[in-house]
Design a binder for this molecule. Structure first.
Ligand SMILES: [Zn+2]
Length: 124
């Protein structure tokens, strides 16, 4: 095993926390469509108006953004988290999906569900 037990335990705790947060977020705005395997909006015109939730990444969090976009983002994140947890079970946690090399611990601390190393990240 490449990473220490302690590091993996910390990462697993972070992943499980993200998982429950994402599931709670999705539960509020969507329901899981078992046949399609995706989350679908339950309240398309829900007002998510909480002005104090303004944050820095304003280009992504415009008021009036549809729930569908939130659902897509949250379910994608949830998928990343679930995959990371599955990899932890199989001993493949932290392996870059592009290069097959181990991802640096600093990056994993920042992004516990990272699929790739910094170099191969397409999300930046
Ligand atoms: Zn890589």
């Amino acid at each position: 095993m490449h990473y220490s037990e302690e590091f993996l335990a910390t990462q697993k705790a972070a992943l499980l926390e993200s998982k429950s947060e994402l599931e709670a977020e999705l539960a509020g705005i969507a329901s899981f469509d078992e046949s399609a395997g995706v989350y679908v909006a339950t309240q398309p015109d829900l007002e998510s108006g909480s002005p104090e939730e303004f944050d820095q990444s304003s280009d992504e969090t415009e008021i009036g953004q549809t729930n569908q976009a939130l659902i897509v983002n949250a379910s994608k994140s949830l998928e990343d988290v679930n995959d990371a947890l599955a990899k932890m079970e199989s001993g493949e946690y932290g392996v870059c999906e592009s290069s097959g090399e181990f991802i640096g611990e600093d990056r994993l601390r920042a992004y516990p569900a990272a699929r790739t190393c910094e170099e191969h990240s397409s999300a930046s």
